[in-house]
Design a protein around this ligand. Structure first.
Ligand code: ISL
Length: 537
């Protein structure tokens, strides 16, 4: 039997995290943009879901070239979201309800409006010159072939000082130089500010990108032009891990705080890269996101492989996490290949997310089955969408306002929202789904409640039984001999499940049939697209 330790019962291992894209959650003051008071007003809803923590997309002061991922003051709240006293109130109200609060922390770059950058840019001899990455060009071209994640060279020429600065994203997001010890010290102070204020942890934006090749060599191969491949020298240098280890020391000097990192790596390298930032399981990130499930087609084998691959990469003392969508990628219900029977499939995805071993991250609106919004060129705010329209509409499609009611603007705001509401809001909204026992919302709520009720589901070992064959996935979650079985039918056909033993089970949850019936699992039928959770009697 597995040995369990006190350290296994920490909140971030047994809890569920709810990701709030602040701009789109709830607008309390009628300016069309979600804000902190809006979140406070909706805390009862968040509590009703049963989640243990919220992660807020960036709320710091920002010129908003990249929706807040360009920070001009790490200690200030942008006025569009509220004030520091609103933030303190939110933190207090969360803690009152036993909900933890995680902030986004952007360490790879600041805004070009940040006073640090303004100083750095002012002259070659400025004391903060080396806080950012400045290089002379080669003849008339940039220092090397590194590309911005948003396309084009990652170098911007500065007329005044006649050098280039590196920006792995927009030119308004200059990269910080983590080799500079004064920068490191100053940045860690900003992090400490929030820890001292009482926040419970951070989601670390593009954390693998903070360490780059010391020699600034060209990225190899023609694929580097597309920023693909895991051999890029512009990220994942040992320095990234070193800084994360230092950060972990700081985090561990407080009680009960957590860091989860975004390591966006294209498949197939994604789980390995992400897991490498867990270090030995105790000395780097507490958790890292693996985006494999987001990129899988609807296919039991492909899903199973993604899950198994991810588990295989987790170091012995490390802890997995799972995520189905976020503010950069399409909503899970619009995933490639999901197509028909979206409702049923979305419920199966919810079961996967909430019954695997690992911390689930739920993206706001996922619990309502919200879908990608279609936008015209003029409605797009995301700089990526503006740049690549009509080839790519950008990332706003997964950022539309939360659908609270069937009222105007889906009850999100009293005025026109910053992005249009999805046109399906008359049907898909909280008010409707709350009263429908079979709604995806109630599947989410039930799953979260089951995860709380049964340690097998939060802490238990994961043991696969059917590995995607014949369109089925099945696994046990076992904690001290208490067994729960999950069976998922990815197909539109009935399946007969035979497990060869004569034990009786109760149904804890089914997406198709009434609950709490007893079944003989020796030989029973699983309905088309059914997801079912059984407990050994
Ligand atoms: O979104 C992507 C592809 O569509 C990724 O390349 C993404 O840019 C990468 O995962 C980093 O994302 C994070 O940092 C960006 C910000 O724009 C994203 O919203 C954030 O999640 C820069 O801060």
């Amino acid at each position: 039997m597995t040995n369990y330790f006190q350290s296994d019962f920490v909140w971030w291992k047994h809890g569920v995290v709810y990701h709030i894209y602040t701009k789109s959650f709830y607008d309390s003051n009628g300016d069309g943009v979600g804000d902190l008071q809006g979140i406070i007003q909706k805390l009862d809803y968040i509590t009703s879901l049963g989640v243990d923590a919220i992660w807020l997309s960036p709320i710091y002061e920002s010129p908003m070239h990249d929706s807040g991922y360009d920070v001009s003051d790490y200690r200030a709240i942008d006025s569009v979201f509220g004030s520091i006293s609103d933030f303190k109130e939110l933190l207090f109200e969360c803690h009152l309800r036993g909900i933890k609060l995680i902030m986004d922390m952007i360490m790879n770059h600041t805004s070009s409006e940040h006073p640090w950058f303004k100083e750095s840019k002012s002259s070659k001899t400025n004391i903060k010159r080396n806080w950012y990455i400045w290089k002379a060009g080669k003849k008339d071209s940039p220092p090397n072939n590194w590309q911005s994640a948003f396309g084009g060279t990652a170098w911007q020429y500065d007329e005044q000082t006649q050098e280039y600065y590196l920006h792995s994203f927009l030119k308004e997001q200059p990269d910080l130089n983590w080799r500079d010890k004064h920068l490191r010290k100053a940045f860690f102070k900003e992090i400490k500010y929030w820890l001292d204020l009482g926040v419970d942890g951070f989601r670390l934006d593009a954390i693998n990108m903070i360490g780059k090749d010391k020699l600034f060599r060209d990225n190899p191969g023609f694929l580097s032009m597309l920023n693909l491949g895991n051999k890029l020298l512009s990220r994942n240098a040992p320095r990234s891990h070193k800084i994360v280890r230092k950060l972990r020391e700081l985090i561990d000097s407080y009680d009960d705080k957590m860091i989860v990192g975004e390591i966006f790596a294209p498949p197939p390298g994604s789980p390995e890269k992400a897991a490498s930032y867990l270090g030995d399981g105790m000395n780097q990130l507490h958790m890292a996101f693996d985006f494999s499930l987001i990129f899988r087609r609807w296919n039991a084998k492909r899903y199973y492989e993604a899950i198994e691959n991810w588990y295989n990469q987790i170091p012995k003392n490390g802890w997995p996490s799972f995520v189905l969508s976020n503010h950069d990628l399409f909503r899970s219900k619009n995933r490639l290949g999901v197509g028909n029977n979206k409702e049923e499939k979305a419920k199966i995805m919810a079961i996967i997310l909430l019954t695997l071993k690992g911390t689930p991250f739920v993206y706001y609106g996922e619990e309502l089955g919200m879908e990608n919004v279609k936008l015209t060129k003029n409605q797009i705010v995301d700089p990526l969408g503006k740049k690549y329209w009509p080839l790519f509409a950008g990332r706003d499609m997964a950022r539309s306002p939360m659908q609270w009611t069937d009222d105007r603007y889906a009850g999100f705001s009293t005025n026109e929202p910053w992005l249009p509401v999805h046109k399906n809001f008359k049907e898909i909204n909280l008010k409707n789904l709350e009263v429908d026992c079979d709604s995806i919302l109630n599947v989410f709520k039930n799953l979260i409640a089951l995860r709380k009720e049964y340690p097998s589901l939060s802490m238990g070992d994961w043991k696969p039984i059917i590995k995607g064959d014949n369109g089925l996935i099945s696994y046990y979650r076992i904690f001290k001999n208490r067994k729960i079985q999950v069976i998922l039918n990815f197909t539109g056909q009935k399946k007969v499940y035979k497990n060869g033993t004569e034990v009786f089970w109760t149904v804890l949850l089914s997406t198709m049939r009434s609950e709490y019936i007893e079944i003989d699992s020796k030989n029973f039928e699983i309905l088309p697209y059914e997801g079912i959770i059984l407990k050994l009697l």
